[in-house]
Design a protein. Structure first.
Length: 67
């Protein structure tokens, strides 16, 4: 499995900084021996899929198996 690391800026009440999300995703993939073949992040709202980082991942979805 090849993974794409996607993070989104959380609100303060959600409490997951980009650094925390990085740590969790990296650990998850490492446990499964999944290489992370790309990454992106967004600071925009989750209400829409019109986000640059999300779209970057979707544009390359033939390269990864897990998102």
């Amino acid at each position: 499995m090849r993974a794409w690391k996607y993070r989104r800026t959380s609100t303060e009440d959600q409490g997951l900084s980009l650094a925390t999300q990085d740590e969790k995703i990296d650990a998850f993939c490492k446990l499964r021996d999944w290489p992370i073949i790309g990454s992106s992040h967004d600071e925009d709202t989750g209400k829409t899929t019109k986000r640059n980082g999300y779209n970057a991942a979707m544009d390359r979805m033939d390269e990864w198996d897990a998102f």
